[in-house]
Design a protein around this ligand. Structure first.
Ligand SMILES: Nc1ncnc2c1ncn2[C@@H]1O[C@H](COP(=O)(O)OP(=O)(O)O)[C@@H](O)[C@H]1O
Ligand SMILES: Cc1cn([C@H]2C[C@H](O)[C@@H](COP(=O)(O)OP(=O)(O)O)O2)c(=O)[nH]c1=O
Length: 218
């Protein structure tokens, strides 16, 4: 059995993450892998309920951080760890980097507390009890805040995060840059301002380079 593969997708709202996950899932399936497509916050019945609260109900910053990690813990226990144990490819739209970017950099919530919560929520689940589960790779769509805002304005009604001002998203983007600098091997930075086809080509190229996708994929 091939080992499981955990790939996450990150970027500010409107960066273009969701547009690429399905194509990648199909490419992995075409080469015989089972794929679990999922998202955060969410991915389980309980975590989807927490998502609805997070996206629409006002709350203080600590409550928000605790709910995000509660949803993540349930998602890891119910979906991500079992799928990885079965040798599947898990493609997850956002994970903990989003918490450091949105709650940490965006809201200004204490990063030290986030590190503690990260460790608590992501440890003790895999075969090795000391392993803190982290993505094998994180595809980060880096786009200027104005570009993402233009795309979103044309695409959908804003939720509680998307309704934040551009200054919030500048901080979030900076938060992603800081997380990427701390884990350069894990992060794959893609210039998400390019046309969709070019972005897709670069995402595929990056995963081919790591030996995870075969040459035939587009
Ligand atoms: N590279 C791109 N160029 C132009 N428009 C894009 C690009 N990527 C995504 N979009 C459009 O921008 C909007 C937001 O994309 P989406 O994939 O939903 O972003 P996210 O999941 O990061 O919030 C959608 O309408 C999508 O069609
Ligand atoms: C995972 C996560 C998401 N979020 C926010 C970012 C997004 O604005 C929102 C939902 O993410 P997302 O699924 O990307 O939104 P959409 O379905 O509208 O594309 O949740 C956090 O604030 N912290 C987190 O840890």
């Amino acid at each position: 059995m091939e080992p499981g593969l955990f790939i996450t997708f990150e970027g500010i709202d409107g960066a273009g993450k969701s547009s690429h996950i399905e194509a990648l899932a199909c490419a992995f399936e075409a080469q015989g892998r089972c794929v679990t497509r999922t998202r955060e916050p969410g991915g389980t019945p309980l975590a989807e309920k927490l998502r609805a609260l997070l996206l629409h109900d006002a709350m203080d910053a600590l409550t928000e951080a605790l709910l995000v990690f509660a949803a993540r813990r349930d998602h890891l226990v119910q979906v991500i760890e079992p799928a990885l144990a079965r040798g599947e490819v898990v493609l997850c739209d956002r994970f903990t980097d989003a918490t450091f970017a949105y709650q940490g950099a965006g809201r200004g919530f204490d990063r030290g507390v986030l590190l503690i919560l990260e460790h608590l929520a992501q440890t003790g689940l895999a075969q090795d009890p000391d392993l803190m589960r982290e993505p094998d790779a994180t595809v980060w769509f880096d786009v200027p805040v104005e570009v993402a805002a233009q795309r979103l304005a044309a695409a959908r009604a804003p939720d509680r995060f998307e309704a934040e001002p551009q200054a919030f998203f500048q901080r979030v983007a900076q938060g992603y840059a800081e997380r990427a600098a701390l884990a350069p091997q894990r992060f794959v930075r893609i210039d998400g301002a390019q046309p969709l086809a070019q972005v897709q080509q670069q995402v595929f190229a990056a995963l081919r380079q790591r030996g995870w996708l075969e040459e035939a994929a587009p």
